[in-house]
Design a protein around this ligand. Structure first.
Ligand code: CTP
Length: 211
């Protein structure tokens, strides 16, 4: 049976938190999983807004693409798109901290040590969890190098998610991965090692069942 067409907001890539105009703190996220999900969703006939931090990837044809760099910009873009969407899939590796200050001019090197003062960023998914309406579904990702199931379940609960997708650091920057998926009432399901394009198609089919 053909499924209802959904409005999806998908975030992808690793945010950049700027120290000055040319230097930033970021992470190794390549954006592949988020882009693969956008492609799979478009192929399934859904509408996709792809809110993306910088990546080296080709934009999926047919997605409404919003380019951002920082976690603050990603938050504002998500906020703008959220009220109107059926599902928010937060695949982006959002930095948990940002510099307390960003210098408007390039920092000069000094002889002395340099200490960075970092402050927490806003948790976009937790914000969405607090603001979601009854028709909306939230999907989060968890990257865990230990106690994967326990840590991911805590994120599912604390951020009020409808689905959590957990993986390990081996998934970063490569084309294939193993995924573990859980909904609040279901058991853990494992999607065995496969290309991210294939994992993405399976996830979109599972997400359709949430709605
Ligand atoms: N996320 C977010 N906003 C942030 C940080 C993370 O929306 N500021 C989202 C990510 O897109 C992902 C999920 O939250 O869907 C990851 O949860 P998080 O608690 O950030 O995981 P970690 O950063 O790995 O946390 P920890 O270091 O505690 O394991």
């Amino acid at each position: 049976m053909a499924h209802q067409k959904l409005k999806l907001v998908i975030t992808a890539g690793g945010t950049r938190e700027y120290l000055d105009p040319v230097r930033f703190i970021s992470n190794a996220s390549s954006g592949q999983m988020g882009y693969a999900l956008a492609r799979a969703a478009l192929r399934a006939g859904h509408t996709v807004t792809l809110i993306t931090a910088p990546t080296a990837l080709k934009p999926p044809q047919g997605a409404n693409r919003v380019s951002v760099r920082t976690s603050d910009q990603m938050f504002h873009a998500v906020k703008e798109a959220f009220s109107d969407c059926d599902v928010l899939i937060m695949v982006a590796a959002v930095s948990d901290y940002k510099p307390a200050q960003t210098s408007p001019v390039k920092l000069k090197k000094q002889k002395s040590e340099l200490t960075l003062h970092l402050v927490p960023t806003r948790d976009i998914l937790a914000w969405a969890g607090r603001h979601k309406q009854s028709f909306q579904r939230l999907v989060g990702f968890a990257l865990e190098d230990r106690d994967l199931f326990a840590n991911a379940e805590e994120k599912l609960r604390k951020k009020r998610l409808d689905m959590i997708v957990a993986n390990t650091p081996e998934a970063i920057g490569v084309g294939a991965s193993v995924l573990h998926v859980k909904t609040p009432d279901g058991n853990w399901q494992t999607l065995k090692h496969a290309a991210k394009s294939r994992q993405a198609a399976a996830l979109i089919a599972m997400i359709e069942q949430l709605v």
